[in-house]
Design a protein around this ligand. Structure first.
Ligand SMILES: Cc1cc2nc3c(=O)[nH]c(=O)nc-3n(C[C@H](O)[C@H](O)[C@H](O)COP(=O)(O)OP(=O)(O)OC[C@H]3O[C@@H](n4cnc5c(N)ncnc54)[C@H](O)[C@@H]3O)c2cc1C
Length: 586
């Protein structure tokens, strides 16, 4: 951190309006791979890739692209800020990512670890209120300050240029912006604004890491997503606070376990809040942080509505009141003055995927890697980042570099057909969970966590490369998962589930059926045509629509020439297309 401050203080390049910090002692980031002899456009900063957005996704992408020796600029409106969200992760996923990203430092970016995870689904289907479901799976809280500092060190080592500012552009159609960002044949030019002024950045590629509600990334149409009608995002809303409790006791929560779900409503019995809490459920999520000085224990409590939209989107105030009641009911006393890290969690989930024809390459929230049924994102983003960085690096190294082909390669790495089919399944899951009363959710989750750990863990992960994902990555795996969980459902949950599947399909189309009966939807289509990629498609387009039937045109030219007698009027004139060929031949 100290190094960062020193760099920030010493490295400001005075000729630029926006404060620009070049890290490390590496030679010029405009490496030897830059187009030799290419005319430099007038820009204050000229790089291979500009990454826009200073959240975890932007920092990770800048680190990976820099490590691969691309010259990188990172636009962050708050470089000295602390990321606002508390990120939780399964330890197994975090460890797998540290290995696959070749970033062992991630293992040190952990603030708290819990060896096991608890859930409470009591109050329905004869499950007593005090019944605890213990999942023998370790959980952790990411140390967001350490993670940012670690990635900043990687930026320093790779010579990533930090631009303290924001990009004022907004897309009005794929590849078209209302100003501030313009694409051309060899790259893009964008403006970075800050209080100090404006900097012009020239980049061969633009990575959008500005989060789910990005203004740079355009979403695909419902029909491109296989839907009959629009399916808008849902929202995970949560109110959380960290408090110091007045005694050692945070019971019924185990101080050495992370509580993932407490879906009970016993604390609201006899109150006017009960009916709403049953119809629009919320659960508490508890992260005990151990003993604290001068008090019993410190813990982060978050009352969370898993997902909802419209009338089922919960209000922060409702969640706060439910949380206060819950803690009162359990006799968990805390000093109001100790309330800190109040979190107003707002996570858009689901919705349409990015339009694959655009040149801006999204990552993280902007790329819809948020899990549509859980809101988890950080591990999915980390798991997807390597593929995107590798695809872009490979494209940047090509002598025939084409920014659209590079973007297409990144889109293909993020959302190949297999990932989309798997996501469709999870989208349906999110829609189901967001529409049910608490009784059905308790029955659903009771069955879900009774499955084998790598099966439920794989669903929560839901991204290639994360542990357990193989249990969901193919249609056969999804059928197996569907049958497995249905057999564990209480009959009422099974009936509601089947009814919801029919209603959803009638409304939105066979999204979920295609995800589980994939081959049926391919009947009569023959083997899929090999995707030749954008570059080959472009060449073919030129051949068909520009070159045309060259043989016919040549023949016409030859015949016209043969028919001409010097000194005499020509018998005919070439058509404009043929004339063009004739002129080119000359
Ligand atoms: C309260 C909360 C708790 C969460 N908990 C978890 C969790 O436990 N586990 C988990 O996996 N996920 C969790 N999530 C989800 C996850 O945090 C988000 O999906 C994640 O932060 C997205 O990261 P990102 O880098 O893609 O985008 P963001 O974190 O949204 O960062 C976007 C960045 O882009 C910047 N930006 C925006 N527009 C511009 C512009 N025009 N120019 C320049 N910069 C711009 C923003 O200032 C910001 O710095 C949580 C989310 C919230 C809100």
């Amino acid at each position: 951190m100290l190094a960062w401050l020193l760099f920030a203080g010493a490295g400001t390049v005075s000729c630029l309006h926006t404060s620009t910090v070049a890290f490390g002692n590496r030679p010029s980031p405009f490496g030897s791979r830059r187009r030799s002899g290419a005319a430099r456009l007038s820009a204050d900063v000229d790089v291979d890739v500009v990454v826009v957005g200073g959240g975890p996704a932007g920092y990770v992408m800048a680190a990976l692209l820099g490590r691969a020796e691309n010259s990188v600029a990172l636009v962050d409106p708050k470089p000295d800020g602390v990321w606002p969200n508390n990120y939780g992760s399964w330890r197994e996923e975090w460890e797998a990512l540290a290995a696959s990203l070749q970033m062992p430092e991630l293992l040190d970016c952990v603030s708290t670890r819990w060896a096991k995870t608890d859930c409470f689904f009591g109050g329905s289907f004869d499950t007593p209120d005090d019944e605890r479901t213990t999942l023998d799976r370790a959980y952790l809280k990411v140390d967001r300050k350490a993670l940012k500092a670690t990635l900043q060190e990687k930026h320093a080592a790779a010579g990533v240029q930090l631009l303290d500012g924001f990009v004022p552009a907004a897309a009005i159609a794929p590849n078209l912006f209302d100003g501030g960002l313009v694409h051309d044949a060899s790259g893009s030019t964008l403006a970075v604004k800050s209080a100090a002024g404006e900097t012009t950045v020239r980049a061969r590629l633009v990575v959008d890491a500005t989060g789910f509600e990005s203004r740079l990334t355009v979403r695909e149409s419902p029909s491109a997503g296989g839907l009959w009608r629009e399916l808008t995002p849902g929202y995970q809303i949560a109110y959380g606070m960290c408090v110091d409790t007045e005694d050692d006791n945070i019971a019924p929560y185990d101080p050495v376990a992370m509580t993932l779900f407490d879906y009970r409503t016993d604390h609201l019995q006899g109150t006017s809040m009960l009916a709403d809490a049953e119809a629009r459920p919320s659960f508490v999520y508890v992260m005990p942080e151990g003993e604290c000085d001068g008090c019993g224990a410190s813990a982060f409590f978050e009352e969370t509505s898993l997902v909802g939209r419209g009338e089922r989107r919960l209000e922060f105030e409702t969640l706060k009141q439910r949380l206060i009641k819950r803690l009162e009911f359990h006799g968990i006393k805390y000093d109001p003055a100790s309330v800190r890290e109040e979190e107003y969690c707002y996570i858009p989930m689901g919705g349409a995927l990015p339009d694959m024809a655009q040149r801006v390459v999204p990552i993280g929230g902007a790329a819809n890697t948020v899990h549509p049924a859980t809101g988890y994102q950080i591990c999915r983003m980390l798991a997807s980042a390597t593929g995107v960085a590798n695809a872009l690096t490979a494209e940047l190294q090509r002598p025939d570099f084409d920014p659209d082909a590079a973007a297409a390669a990144a889109h293909a790495s993020l959302w190949p057909e297999g990932n989309r089919l798997q996501r469709d399944f999870a989208v349906f899951g999110g829609e189901f969970l967001g529409s049910q009363p608490v009784e059905i959710l308790r029955g659903f989750f009771g069955a879900f966590f009774a499955l084998q750990q790598d099966v439920w863990g794989g669903f929560l992960a839901g991204w290639p490369g994360l542990p357990g994902n193989d249990n969901h990555a193919t249609y056969l795996a999804r059928i197996k998962f569907g049958i497995g969980i249905a057999l564990k459902f209480p009959p009422k949950v099974a009936a509601v589930f089947v009814g919801y599947l029919a209603t959803f399909t009638a409304q939105y189309g066979p999204l979920i059926l295609k995800s589980i009966f994939t081959p049926v939807f391919q009947i009569g289509m023959g083997p899929a045509a090999p995707d030749l990629g954008l570059r080959a498609r472009r060449e073919r387009e030129r051949d068909v629509y520009v070159v045309g039937d060259a043989a016919a045109k040549k023949e016409a030219v030859a015949m016209l020439k043969a028919g001409r007698t010097p000194g005499k009027e020509p018998k005919g004139e070439p058509s404009p297309q043929v004339e063009l060929l004739e002129a080119e031949a000359v």
